[in-house]
Write a protein that binds this ligand. Structure first.
Ligand SMILES: Nc1ncnc2c1ncn2[C@@H]1O[C@H](COP(=O)(O)OP(=O)(O)OP(=O)(O)O)[C@@H](O)[C@H]1O
Length: 480
């Protein structure tokens, strides 16, 4: 320690060294000034400064800010980053990670391929199997793109007004890679995110929260599929073929200059499976559902805003369109289709704009479904060819539908009561909902089918009585 102390130069030695160095530098400067012309000196100075400033500038960092909202709508790049980043988290050495799980049986997971044909089962608690990683706030996530070092950070700022939180990503790289990141890296991570997003593990059903102006999600766990839906085989094949063609149709829709969307009008009496069909479509396509209550939309402007904040690959569902708003009757009452919006509700033209007008192009791969119990009440403008691509009648039970329900609910395909019930099904109108209600009364096929037979016999008697009353009415009318 003492010898080390002895080696430190004294203050006077340092001072005399500095004085000699200054004298040499002054001499050197004078010589340079004398022998190098001013023009050359200036040129060298400029090049020297340029080199170092550009070096430091190039080496300095550059940050892309990716905000959650782009104007008033969701920023798709932010959503892509949200979907992409969890793929980088598993091997990350970090002090923080967001982990979570949900109430879902892995065998239940819905993907466009795996779910086709699955019947679903009750959700079970399986945290270990479902553990997921999320992006923590204010934590650097190190990423790499073609050897370029990248840093992602999710920030969150509390705001005084709704939505009370502003979230945004910072993506930082060296300034010299700015162009490359913009052109190649963004494309790369958006593509990876698209793949991830197309394999949604959870489906959501959204309802619009008027008070705070946003779509409020809830996990959608309806187990209806095309296998559990009792419909005629022809309808099932038509639907599946149509959906398959639609999901693969991006290039086709582009080539014919149409928006990549499909419209279905489901109509028929209550309890014939319209909502179940919507659920089957959502599960088959792996699409979220946006359940829009037309009554709660105050005008066309709001309708536009609501619909532009929905995601791609989703279903926009408007149930009971005949009684939802003025939309079905406005044309009749005002005498023409192109009416402007009023403070009382939306106009038919506002709605049609989303079905097949310019606003229908504001999202991709979207299915619009209207349901109604009274197709005859709808405005002809809604029914015109090309508006809703397919009109699907969900009707009373046929013998095929009845037998399919019996096979599903009672696990039998043969029973002494099946033939008499089939005959009655042909004579009276009974909905699949009424049949399933009876079939669920007991697991014992004798009990369940007997109850169903009695229900149908009662319906038949009532139908005969009604016919009698009608005949008598007609005779009375003819006599008067
Ligand atoms: N075709 C069907 N296949 C299987 N189950 C069905 C079918 N139709 C109805 N059901 C059963 O009846 C119940 C009610 O059906 P659903 O709500 O889908 O009918 P809906 O036509 O949408 O009725 P509403 O017009 O009253 O909304 C469902 O939960 C389902 O169990």
């Amino acid at each position: 320690m003492a010898s080390l102390y002895n080696q430190v130069p004294s203050v006077s030695a340092v001072f005399s060294l500095y004085a000699s160095f200054s004298a040499i530098m002054m001499l050197f400067r004078t010589v340079i000034n004398e022998i190098v012309p001013k023009g050359i000196r200036d040129y060298i100075t400029v090049r020297f400064v340029d080199f170092f400033s550009s070096y430091f500038q190039f080496e300095s960092s550059f940050t892309f800010v990716i905000e959650q909202k782009w104007g008033s709508v969701d920023n798709q790049t932010f959503r892509a980053a949200e979907a992409y980043l969890p793929t980088c988290l598993a091997g990350l050495s970090t002090e923080k990670l967001v982990v979570g799980c949900n109430l879902k049986n892995p065998s239940d997971q819905i993907s466009s391929n795996s779910n086709r044909g699955s019947s679903g089962s009750a959700p079970t608690w399986n945290p270990a199997g479902q553990l997921k990683l999320g992006v923590p706030v204010d934590t650097k996530i190190i990423d790499e793109f073609e050897g370029i070092h990248l840093e992602w950070t999710l920030h969150s700022t509390v705001m005084e007004t709704y939505p009370y939180e502003k979230r945004y990503f910072h993506l930082t790289c060296k300034k010299k890679f700015r162009e490359k990141i913009m052109t190649d890296c963004f494309t790369h991570f958006v593509k990876s995110a698209q793949k991830r997003m197309s394999h949604r593990e959870n489906l959501n059903i959204y309802t619009y929260n008027q008070q705070h102006s946003y779509w409020e999600p809830a996990i959608f766990e309806h187990h209806a599929t095309f296998e559990t839906l009792a419909i005629e085989p022809k309808l099932k094949t038509t639907m599946i073929d149509d959906l398959d063609a639609f999901s693969k149709g991006k290039d086709f829709f582009k080539s014919v200059g149409r928006a990549w969307k499909r419209g279905y009008l489901l109509y028929g009496p209550p309890g014939t499976g319209k909502s179940s069909m919507v659920a089957a479509i959502a599960n088959y396509m792996n699409y979220h559902i946006y359940d829009l209550q037309l009554q709660s939309v105050s005008n066309d402007g709001q309708l536009r805003k609501i619909l532009t904040t929905t995601q791609n690959r989703s279903i926009i569902l408007i149930e009971d369109i005949d009684c939802g708003s003025d939309a079905s009757s406005i044309r009749k009452t005002k005498g023409k289709e192109q009416v402007s919006s009023t403070s009382e509700g939306i106009s038919l033209s506002g709605l049609l704009n989303f079905v097949d007008g310019l606003w229908s192009c504001c999202a991709e791969e979207r299915i619009i479904i209207f349901t109604t119990n009274h197709k005859e009440k709808l405005d002809p403008a809604l029914l015109r060819p090309g508006r809703m691509d397919i009109h699907i009648l969900m009707d009373y039970c046929t013998t095929f539908v009845f037998k399919k329900l019996v096979a599903m609910y009672l696990k039998i395909d043969d029973h002494a009561l099946i033939d008499p019930i089939e005959e009655l099904v042909l004579e009276v109108s009974v909905t699949p909902a009424e049949v399933t209600q009876q079939l669920m009364v007991s697991k014992n096929a004798d009990v369940a089918l007997k109850g169903l037979l009695e229900l149908l016999e009662t319906k038949k008697m009532r139908k005969e009585d009604d016919a009698k009353v009608e005949d008598e009415g007609e005779i009375e009318e003819a006599e008067t």
